[in-house]
Design a protein around this ligand. Sequence first.
Ligand code: MTE
Ligand code: CO
Length: 421
Amino acid sequence: MTDHSNDMKPSRRAFLRGAAASGVAVAGTMAAAEGDPAILNKQPWNQMLGEGVDARAYGVPSPFEAHVGRKNVPWLTAESISSINFTPLHELDGIITPNGLCFERHHSGVAEVDPAEHRIMINGLVDRELVFTMQDLMRFPRENRVHFLECAANSGMEWRGAQLNGCQFTHGMIHNVMYTGVSLRLLLEEAGIKTEGKWLLAEGADAAGMTRSIPMEKALDDCLVAFKMNGEALRPEQGYPVRLVVPGWEGNMWVKWLRRLEVGDAPWHHREETSKYTDLLGDGQARRFTWEMDAKSVITNPSPQAPITHGKGRTVITGVAWSGRGTIPRVDVTIDGGINWVEARMSGPSLDKSMHRFYYEFDWDGSELLLQSRAHDSTGYVQPTKDQLRAVRGLNSIYHNNGIQTWYVNSDGVAENVEIS
Ligand code: MTE
Ligand code: CO
């Protein structure tokens, strides 16, 4: 890393070199160690020809990145076909989740759908019942939009206290992707919605035949019937060849392998909106239809899977924030468990209902840290503490836990999931 000042004076440069040679970490600087074999020796890749362009029809990451991957929590569910794996947030930067690292959640495994045999039907309270092939769909005008998808159960295991050691597991039921698709509104207008048509049932073509009721205002607002993610065809695990995109709303509503849209005059009260995806409150009542994802953030580095390994001195804290109600104009960071808060630096596009990236650079003196981040969204909503959430929701909730996350970092840089009150 280089010093960012353009006018480095010789005297300062000499001081830096001297400090590095004597092994003293200088805040904000790193200088080469003398006799570093990585500089002095010729490396193998410097001495032999590499593979040609015919070696990789579809590229994969460097073998040195082989540790990067989605992971599951084995005790969470009985069967992998009705399970979940998590996005390795601590390995990523920027705002886009690479397709192969997007967390997966399915109720009956990954359906392998032949696009030539796939149809999308619109029926119910419409003027004309319609069936589209994938080719029909591609003849409508397309839109490109970046949105996060967060499962309502993200952080659900943390309601009763710190549980899982890594932001991949506490916060990794989220991905942020650029979708290409057709406006759901256009397709519904093509069918013509009858005046009694106030709700939409979206149904998947997987063995689960997963269904969710969506209010018509949302269906006509910003939903997409999407067939591309980050420029390429949807991956099978994300619903190839077509999925519903329901911006800002809980992931369960984003029906994958979308095959049917039924217009009705009332919600259907199916499994995923009664026995699941409802929120049991402290007083024993259950909230229903809690669709919007509240503003949330997490520090991804350092974190339990990504400790500080460079010792004292210049340290980069980074993380992500999102809101189902708009953008994230501001994230605050604390390194002392909330005694002092500083405004983090946002970097990258600030898009509606998308992930945002923040950074906070500081000089670590090697003392213990209690790291937290707190998101503010464009409606003025501020991310609550876990205790504030529990005061309203009790301890029996699973879904919609957007409380502030704390990482304890010891003087060796090792990080752990903790809670402070
Ligand atoms: N759609 C179908 N057809 N079947 C499913 O099992 N799972 C839902 C939703 N859509 C599901 C589905 C749930 S609970 C979530 S959180 C998201 O898809 C996960 O999307 P992803 O696998 O792309 O991460
Ligand atoms: Co889900």
